[in-house]
Design a protein around this ligand. Structure first.
Ligand code: XUL
Ligand code: CO
Length: 442
């Protein structure tokens, strides 16, 4: 059966979204995201490397545990899986081009329906990969990262790479091979592992030691395969503490860094940090960014936000300029994201059912983050925050403090110094002053 592509316009009446400045009244325009504006030596487009998430924007239908989907997509009606996937690709590349995002990200099963036969599924993925390749060439849109969905199929109910049954692990491997092949063919800049079911529901039935070892083994197996087949990009792990499992092995940035170090995977990997996952782990987003950045592992971001009043992964679009300003300050300081970008792993609310809502959602998110970048640049130029932080630790720069950081002092030396200096002077942490300073830049 031949498939028809590129014939329909899905977002009729909406043209290219343009930058119009903060005073614009046009809800379909950017107020802060001006892709060519130079900030700290690079264009905003190069700094932010925005990506559109295929799953939320073109697949997610608004279903929740209490009711079925409310988003009815005109590209989701053909009876043939390949035609439906081609229609979805038309809609996706139209949207990505109109919103002006340079990148997209996808799971294998977002691109085309899954199939239990690994051969048929592999063929489907190859079919849609060819279409994506053509669309990328026509539009200039690029693949930020690809990934395999190893959590939706019921065979993964006990985990994928960490499944107690080796046959399921083999199926996970088959699916990973297909997703890695697609990512290589499409010139993906990264490949993401998010281990939604790589964790446990109860320790009563779980050999955690073997599961973690098997997880690492699968990562090594994938890295070896991808490098042998020409993958030049970076591998990313996306931490999350729980949901759908009670406990996910990739709990947070610090846990993942420890895991990668334990299993000798640090050099191949970076972290893809998600805002809402930080919230679920009981951290601020800035905390996760700082932990990753200090370890040289802050590579990519899934942009969204959670909700302070409930404890699940609401994946709302980002609106918190303060939260992003703190994070952007860390990203700017490390010279930008190492090999990744900012992917909107965010979805419209179930009752946001107009086609325009998808545009409003992304415009708001892109403007929030662009604004944060401008604030971070102002903070850096002003210099007061950096100066105060440096001053706070100045006692380690010279004298006995410098000897201590150089590893020259023993415990007896610390005793002698304590006796000599007497009670240290009280030094204010100036938190409110710094909060006010941040507020001035916002
Ligand atoms: C789930 C999540 C995933 C990953 C990719 O919470 O964030 O969509 O980003 O598998
Ligand atoms: Co994510």
């Amino acid at each position: 059966m031949s498939v028809i592509i590129g014939q329909k316009e899905y977002f009729k009446g909406i043209g290219q979204i343009k930058f119009e400045g903060a005073e614009s009244d046009n809800p379909l325009a950017f107020r802060y995201y001006d892709e060519n504006r130079i900030v700290a030596g690079k264009s905003m487009k190069e700094h932010l490397r925005f990506a559109i998430a295929y799953w939320h924007s073109f697949c997610g239908d608004g279903a929740d545990p209490f009711g079925p989907g409310t988003h009815h997509y005109p590209w989701d009606v053909a009876s043939d899986a390949r035609q439906r996937a081609a229609d979805k690709a038309d809609a996706a590349f139209e949207f990505i081009t109109k919103i002006g995002a340079p990148y997209y990200c996808f799971h294998d099963v977002d691109a085309i329906d899954g199939h239990n036969d690994p051969k048929e599924f592999g063929d489907r993925v190859k079919f849609i990969t060819d279409i994506f390749a053509k669309k990328q060439a026509e539009s200039g849109v690029k693949l930020l990262w690809g990934t395999a969905n190893l959590f939706s199929n019921e065979r993964y109910m006990n985990g994928a790479s960490t499944n107690p049954n080796f046959e399921v692990v083999a199926h996970a491997g088959a699916q990973l091979k297909g997703a890695i092949d697609a990512t290589i063919t499409l010139g993906g800049e990264g490949y993401v592992f998010w281990g939604g079911r790589e964790g446990y529901m109860s320790l009563l039935n779980t050999n955690m030691k073997l599961e973690r070892e098997n997880f690492a083994r699968m990562l090594h197996t994938c890295v070896e395969y991808a490098r042998r087949n020409g993958f030049k990009g970076k591998f990313f792990i996306e931490p999350k503490p729980c949901e759908p499992t009670k406990h996910q092995y990739d709990y947070d940035a610090a846990t993942v860094i420890g895991f990668l170090r334990e299993f000798d995977l640090l050099s191949e990997f970076g972290l893809n940090l998600e805002v809402n996952h930080a919230t679920l782990a009981g951290h601020t987003f800035a905390h996760e960014c700082q932990v990753a950045s200090d370890a040289g592992m802050l590579a990519s971001i899934d942009a969204n936000r959670g909700d302070n009043q409930n404890g699940w992964d609401t994946d709302q679009f980002p609106t918190d300029v303060y939260e992003w300003a703190e994070a952007m300050a860390i990203i700017l300081k490390q010279g930008g994201l190492a090999g990744g970008g900012i992917n909107f792993d965010a979805k419209r609310r179930r009752n946001s059912t107009d086609m325009q809502d998808l545009f409003y959602a992304h415009i708001g998110g892109m403007d929030t983050i662009a604004r944060a970048l401008l604030i971070a640049e102002k903070m850096a130029k002003h210099g007061e925050m950096d100066r105060l932080k440096a001053e706070r630790y100045a006692s380690f720069n010279s004298g006995k403090g410098a000897d201590y950081t150089a590893g020259k002092l023993k415990l007896e030396d610390l005793y002698k110094i304590a006796v000599e200096v007497g009670e240290p002077a009280q030094i204010s942490g100036k938190q409110e002053y710094l909060e006010n300073l941040l507020g001035r830049f916002v």
